[in-house]
Design a protein around this ligand. Structure first.
Ligand code: ATP
Length: 320
């Protein structure tokens, strides 16, 4: 394979730049020409494509976001869009593509694969919602950001003897809430995968307060059915304790990637190039039990992400 492309798609995540850097430099080392496609599938359809050299990815390893920019593309979801995407790749002579993005982006990669393009999918999303990999690129940084926020909120919550509901990202997957809740010592974690029992939550807050707890930190994933505003109000009404919401929102997407995210991004990027060089079938690349893995792209996306119930229960035990 002589010419490959790389794009980032969906929500940005810290480590995407490290992955781009690895793809470009390993690709050039392998004798390939590497093309950067701007704004994900949207840029592909518009032909926003240019060749990248070693220097073009200098000084980006430690930066959050993505130098290639990212977008969501409704046009690419259509048959017409996907056919056009393939014709643009053919026009540029690009035979293989590295897609860095979440579940939707890799599904878009499957559509290109079905049309004859070799696609290597890298799990670039803070959500950790892909079933085939233990961790996604950006998740570790996002959880670190949430942990930092918890520490700061804890100081003020303790001084004011308050309950604070911290809303974190995760529309369908509660992993950010779960990991941050366990490592941050939250009193409770509310996630979309497990139904919220508001009465039980309020009882827990009151029992803790009666035992002398000065504050309660509740971590709530955004995808939990009850809104953060409604939950805050209900807790305050039922416990009689001052309760405040903190919505972390896009704060969680930015920042310099952690060691873990840089390693995952760099190793999966290098693996993608190795597979393209071997003319391998399309793969989803990730990490399982600390090893870099590459699975059939379509089959990998069929794997459902299961919530770690033991971790959830442990939070309940530790926060009693
Ligand atoms: P994140 O969850 O981190 O935001 P994501 O990749 O899951 O990342 P999506 O918005 O779901 O984000 O997908 C990004 C883009 O991928 C979409 O705008 C669309 O262009 C393309 N895409 C998503 N789903 C599909 C699909 N089923 N078929 C083809 N293309 C898709």
């Amino acid at each position: 394979m002589k010419r490959i492309g790389v794009l980032t798609s969906g929500g940005d995540s810290p480590g995407m730049n490290a992955a781009i850097r690895a793809v470009v430099r390993c690709g050039i080392e392998a004798g390939m020409e590497v093309y950067g496609i701007k704004r994900g599938y949207e840029g592909l359809l518009d032909g926003e494509i240019c060749q990248l050299d070693r220097n073009s990815v200098g000084d980006i390893l430690h930066r959050g976001g993505t130098i290639l920019k990212t977008a969501r593309s409704e046009r690419f979801r259509t048959e017409e869009g996907q056919t056009h995407g393939v014709s643009v790749l053919e026009t540029f002579g690009i035979e293989g593509l590295v897609v860095i993005g979440g579940d939707g982006s890799l599904r878009g990669g499957c559509d290109l694969d079905r049309r004859g393009i070799k696609v290597m999918g890298l799990p670039g999303t803070i959500d950790n919602d892909l079933g085939y990999t233990d961790f996604t690129i950006g998740f570790d940084t996002a959880v670190s950001t949430v942990l930092d926020a918890i520490s700061k909120v804890r100081d003020t919550s303790s001084s004011h003897e308050r309950t604070t509901v911290i809303e974190v990202m995760g529309r369908h997957c509660g992993d950010i809430a779960l990991y941050a809740g366990l490592a941050g010592g939250a009193e409770a974690v509310l996630i979309p995968e497990i139904e919220t029992d508001v009465n039980e939550l309020c009882r827990k807050i009151l029992i803790g307060a009666n035992r002398g707890k000065q504050h309660s930190i509740i971590i709530k994933a955004e995808g939990v059915e009850i809104s953060t505003a409604a939950l805050t109000k209900t807790i305050e009404e039922r416990t009689g304790r001052e309760t405040r919401p903190v919505v972390l929102s896009y704060l969680q997407r930015g920042g310099t990637p952690t060691l873990r995210d840089r390693m995952l991004a760099t190793l999966t990027g290098a693996k993608a190039v190795e597979l393209l060089q071997e003319d391998s079938d399309s793969k989803a690349i990730g990490t399982v039990n600390g090893e870099i893995v590459a699975y059939d792209l379509q089959q990998a996306l069929a794997q459902k992400r299961e919530i770690d119930r033991e971790m959830y229960d442990l939070i309940g035990i530790l926060s009693k």
